[in-house]
Unconditional design. Sequence first.
Length: 242
Amino acid sequence: MDGLINLFKPRGITSAKALYRVRGITKVRKSGHAGTLDPAADGVLVLCLGRATKLVERIMDQPKVYRATARLDVTSESYDSDSVLAVVPVSAPPSRADVERALTSFEGEIRQVPPRISAVKVGGVPAYRRTRDGEAPELAARPVRVYWLHIRGYDWPTLDFEMACGRGTYVRALIRDLGAALSTGGCLTSLTRTRVGPFTAEEAWTFDRLAASRESDAYLIPFDRAMALLDRRPIAVPPRPG
């Protein structure tokens, strides 16, 4: 079996465990995923089977779209709500116009410091392990691309937004930096990946649908079709929502 599966990964499971579960359905051992989603996040996770495993890097280079919710009155060590939250005093909540201006400043190619609670390696060891061992690893800023940011809703202290970005971009780090720009806190509370290149959440398969269709292989994007989708040039950046 050679091809791709556009999986809708649920929350509460790692990307690796999601892959193992799909292996149990497809019985294909040679497989991998193209771009990790944190356990607390849900959405599109592209799985590569058989010969399609050689497409992993190309898929990871595709633009991604996320729908995120943040709180601007708190922060945490990981910049998400899975760790202990600390309230950040704010003299006056920023207006929607303030937030829009700040978000716009992060569009384009920017330099971003990854969170210390992340899989970025420092001296061959993931930063999250060094942090949990009591170290304070210094992570270097690296270039990432944010194609666009769009507010979906704002009611202090909650911000709901959508963004399209390139490989290696941390939504948690962007929220951290947004808070710094606004002199507020910044903590991710909800994250859904709605698109990876041409693969969308609307077309993604759940575990239940996969299990029900295991005999038909209807879930498989054949290798040749996957190659055709990825051969489109230039890489199509999803349009900004209206």
